[in-house]
Ligand binder design. Structure first.
Ligand code: GAP
Length: 445
């Protein structure tokens, strides 16, 4: 078998990926049966697996395989004082203008003229619009029960700082990491899952001794480590770059941020930000809560509030980047195919098992193989249609390995194993299958 047209040229567009995602159950428009709800998305069966794998890869690399980072899973709803202390109530705003004619809203910094980009109507003066979603806790809807959905997962880490140092044997420098949903009432969401109002973050607060040297050392370390992380899972280095923030675009809590940007089909956009937050958050929470949020340093026998380096990534944006980079169109034996060349560790399904024919004991044998492998990997079974079409369906969701049970299997207990990218097939005994697959896939569950 040959793969022609194996080209590094980028043919991917947002439309192609959005269509593939809908067609193959990766991402569906949310509330589809009611006509959709602007810029909200649901992850379908293959998408849910891919998303879990992205988070799992991050968790393994950032928490489980290190001895200086521990995990946390804090509540989405936090005490409203949290957001006063963190500065989000005051500062987490975008400048907003309304069109007096068509009533559409725009971010003031994204419109070039004083006229509405949609209808040419007159725009209002810019006013600050807070991006936090507000709701009420309990049955009474009054100001005393107003509460916010978290706009970043980070604050749950800062408010647990004392709990962590009181209960865990941590020593500086150390990090606390968590993944989870965050919510922002973005004025202009869009570009598929790039900017949405409900999204998932993977954040880590890394606490260091309060000294400019330590801060710089760890900042550089994390910028590099996070850049390498995307390369490790298959992002083309040419599609990644670092962009330090200008002074006037820094978030209110940051005294220095570098973004890792990805080259989306609509241009360079933020994938992850690494910020130097100093002791801003711990200082604020100590002041607003009246609690002692300092750390006792055995070495210097002194107490202080550590400084923070924060690598903050988006699950949905990472997933979009992995999908865009994996998307390829090529020609196999004269037939065009779409193939997602996802890193096998991220692939939603690792192995597909196909009986060549629906008779001669082949389906039963294939089910036995599926059951054996399913203890270790997510496995698909497919007996519908020609074998070529079955391969194609699996290529489209990035399944790295396809196993075919044929008449020879029934005689000698061997199967063919097809590689998604090269489409090459090898014959091997069922007894050696698991070891071979573990090697190809990188890790099993
Ligand atoms: N705790 C710091 C923080 O939240 P951020 O740069 O505002 O920093 C971190 O967010 C990451 O979260 C971004 O790099 C992006 O990947 C993701 N993110 C932020 N807003 C998003 C949105 N509206 N939709 C999807 N992802 C978003």
């Amino acid at each position: 078998m040959s793969v022609e047209n194996e080209t590094a040229k980028r043919t991917v567009t947002m439309d192609k990926v959005v269509n593939l995602c809908k067609r193959r159950g990766l991402v569906f428009p949310a509330s589809d049966i009611y006509g959709g709800l602007g810029s909200t998305w649901d992850y379908g069966p293959a998408g849910a697996e891919l998303k879990r794998n992205v988070k799992e890869a991050w968790w393994r690399d950032m928490v489980q395989s290190r001895n200086d980072v521990i995990g946390l899973d804090s509540a989405i709803l936090q005490h409203p004082r949290t957001w006063e202390a963190s500065g989000h109530l005051q500062n987490f705003t975008d400048p907003l203008v309304d069109c007096k004619s068509c009533k559409q809203r725009f971010r003031a910094d994204q419109v070039d003229s004083i006229r509405c980009p949609e209808c040419g109507g007159e725009l209002t003066e810019a006013r600050q619009f807070n991006l936090m979603f507000k709701t009420f806790i309990g049955p009474v809807e009054d100001t005393a029960s107003a509460i916010y959905l978290r706009p970043e997962t980070a604050q749950g880490i800062f408010s647990n700082f004392a709990n962590v140092i009181d209960t865990q044997r941590v020593k500086l420098p150390f990090g606390i990491a968590q993944t989870g949903k965050s919510f922002r009432n973005e004025i202009t969401p869009g570009n598929f899952i790039f900017r949405t109002r409900e999204f998932e973050q993977m954040e880590m607060e890394f606490f260091v001794r309060p000294s400019p040297d330590e801060e710089l050392k760890w900042f550089e370390y994390w910028v590099d480590a996070r850049f390498q992380w995307y390369l490790k899972y298959g992002i083309n280095p040419g599609h990644l770059r670092l962009r330090p923030h200008a002074q006037d675009e820094l978030s209110h809590y940051s005294r220095g941020t570098t973004d890792i940007e990805y080259l989306y089909p609509f241009g360079w956009g933020e994938l992850e930000g690494i910020a130097r937050r100093g002791s801003f958050d711990l200082d604020q929470h100590a002041q607003y809560s009246g609690k002692d949020l300092s750390y006792f340093d055995e070495e210097s026998k002194s107490r202080f509030r550590p400084w923070v380096i924060e690598p903050a990534a988006g699950v949905d944006r990472a997933m979009l980047a992995f999908l865009l980079d994996a998307y390829h169109e090529d020609v196999v034996e004269g037939e065009e195919r779409i193939v997602l060349r996802l890193d096998p560790r991220l692939a939603p399904i690792k192995v597909a098992v196909f009986p060549l024919l629906r008779k001669g004991g082949q389906p039963e044998k294939a089910h036995n193989v599926r059951e054996m492998l399913q203890r270790y990997f997510p496995v698909a079974y497919d007996q519908a249609g020609s074998i070529g079409r079955r391969y194609r369906r699996m290529d489209e969701i990035g399944t790295p390995c396809g196993i075919t049970i044929d008449h020879q299997t029934m005689e000698d207990d061997t199967v063919t194993l097809r590689d998604r990218d090269s489409t090459e097939q090898v014959r091997l005994p069922i007894a050696g299958l698991l070891t071979n697959l573990i090697e190809r896939i990188g890790w099993h569950r």
